[in-house]
Design a protein around this ligand. Structure first.
Ligand code: BEZ
Length: 212
């Protein structure tokens, strides 16, 4: 059965390019982004993992650890990482899981047999410090993911978690956010001293609380 939002992200042990890891120990109390890709030495995947490495500081700023998984061998991963570093002019500093046995891929339902019987699709799981699954994305092999969107969603999830707000369509960091309807106008004004802009009784905005 596939994993759904709010489910506990299952723990696992795995062999990776940074040694053997226990997933929960690796994450510690941080947020996690677990990415699968269809295969090593393939073009779209090379650009994706290169971009992830280029965004490494952005993930760190967000208290977030990244892991990548495919059903390739450790030997292949190690060879491919050299290519990625060269092509993207970067340093891959997060672990690539060598999931030859498919244990992790199957645990997270990353192999969709009607897309490919053998390779993982492009899955994204964002996992909170409470180890609950906060966001799931699934892309087919031919379509590279948008890592700016993954960072944007991470920002929105972290804001929502800290301040109980929601984010409107196409929200970007620094823009207004939406006040929860569970708050009365008086409670909202108290909680959000920067102000509350009422469009409808059920649609109230406030400036992003932690944005200077
Ligand atoms: C790619 O990364 O380019 C790719 C991998 C597997 C199937 C199709 C494309």
């Amino acid at each position: 059965m596939s994993l759904r939002l709010g489910d506990t992200a299952p723990n696992f042990k795995a062999v990776t390019t940074l040694g053997e890891i226990d997933f929960y120990n690796y994450l510690g109390d941080k947020w996690g982004v677990l990415l699968s890709h269809p295969g090593d030495f393939t073009p779209v995947c090379t650009t994706e993992i290169g971009r992830t490495a280029q965004l490494s500081e952005e993930f760190k700023k967000r208290n977030t650890k990244v892991l990548v998984v495919s059903v390739d061998s450790l030997e292949d991963h190690n060879g491919w990482v050299k290519d990625i570093n060269e092509v993207a002019n970067t340093v891959v500093d997060f672990p690539l899981i060598a999931d030859k046995s498919r244990a992790v891929s199957e645990l997270y339902d990353m192999i969709h047999p009607n897309a490919s019987a053998t390779a993982t699709v492009r899955s994204v799981f964002i996992i909170g410090p409470d180890k609950k699954i906060k966001l799931v994305l699934t892309y087919p092999a031919a379509i590279g993911r948008n890592f700016q969107e993954i960072i944007r969603a991470l920002d929105a999830l972290q804001l929502s978690s800290e301040f109980g707000i929601s984010t409107p369509v196409d929200w970007k960091k620094g823009e207004e956010v939406i006040v929860a309807n569970s708050l009365s106008d008086t409670e909202a004004k108290k909680k959000f001293p920067k102000g509350v802009r009422v469009v409808k009784s059920y649609l109230r905005y406030t400036p992003q609380p932690d944005f200077e």
